[in-house]
Design a protein around this ligand. Structure first.
Ligand code: HH2
Length: 280
């Protein structure tokens, strides 16, 4: 397999996530799901205890911790870090700190360190990797008529500013991945514009993560319900790969691994067979 991309498998330990809410609320179900995604090729498991779907209310830290900690503890026991690292999907430093103590080694913050003033310092002190994502407003209101001068330039400028803040707080630049935040305060045309011009975000010089998996803009384009958006998810991730993304946050790891392996082999030249058997 060509290895210049990473798959982040989604493990939502929530009652209300937009695509799989309630399915993995039992710790044993979430752990089994995480192990399955790691077996399918996810090298990062993103464990979240708070939905960020449009309209979602925030969850208190103690409830978020009650959901995610047993899952992280058990996955840390079961998985070697060389197989898959554990990411905590949170914007609260108290939740991130406890998750890092329990075995996580990656912080995915959809507020790009704006949600909690202690988050950047924590990531710096623990010397872990992080993802900083663009979001306009907050989940409760972000889809209420989002407006930009130029969505790509605005998101790019925001990510550059947040990267500078993180570095200023002591986070090494090499630890930071950037994410345009597909679906977070964006209309359908704005999401498509970001994907079309993703190379401009990649030009910042940090790895780019995209999360298009099963999102509603795919439903708007195809008319498909949330469980039936795999084809749209594959199309957008392959296009994002071609435009410079390298980390892909997805619910369906196995098909994305195949799609991105083929995309990577096609984009990289010249291709050599791993088995030297090249019949057709
Ligand atoms: N999308 C979701 C959650 N976290 N993190 C990053 N970095 N990028 C994303 O695009 C992203 C994210 C939303 O997806 P999901 O976790 O499936 O839904 P919910 O927020 O309803 O739990």
């Amino acid at each position: 397999m060509t290895g210049d991309f990473r798959l982040m498998g989604v493990v939502n330990v929530t009652p209300d996530s937009f695509s799989d809410g309630g399915r993995f609320i039992e710790p044993s179900a979430a752990v089994a799901h995480g192990l399955r995604l790691a077996g399918e090729g996810a090298t990062i498991l993103d464990i979240g205890g708070e939905s960020t779907r449009p309209g979602a209310d925030s969850v208190p830290a103690d409830e978020e911790l009650r959901r995610v900690l047993p899952v992280i503890e058990e996955l840390a026991r079961e998985l070697q870090p060389s197989r898959a690292r554990l990411s905590i999907d949170t914007s609260k430093a108290a939740v991130a700190r406890a998750a890092l103590d329990a075995g996580a080694s990656y912080v995915n913050d959809v507020t790009a360190f704006r949600g909690d003033p202690a988050m950047a310092g924590l990531v710096a002190e623990r010397d872990v990797e992080c993802c900083l994502m663009h979001m306009l407003g907050e989940p409760r209101t972000m889809q209420d008529d989002p407006r930009y001068d130029d969505v790509v330039s605005d998101v790019k400028a925001f990510l550059e500013r947040r990267l500078a803040v993180a570095v200023g707080e002591g986070v090494p630049e090499e630890r930071v991945t950037l994410d345009p935040g597909i679906g977070f305060g964006k209309t359908l045309p704005q999401n498509l514009e970001l994907l079309r011009r993703l190379d401009e975000i990649a030009a910042i010089g940090r790895p780019v993560l995209v999360g298009t998996s099963r999102k509603s803009f795919l439903g708007k384009l195809t008319g498909r319900a949330v469980d039936d958006r795999l084809a749209g998810t594959i199309a957008t991730n392959v296009l994002a790969y071609a435009r410079g993304a390298s980390v892909f946050r997805v619910h369906d790891v196995a098909p994305l691994r195949d799609a991105l392996t083929v995309a990577a082999a096609t984009v990289a030249a010249p291709w050599t067979s791993p088995t030297a058997m090249t019949r057709s």
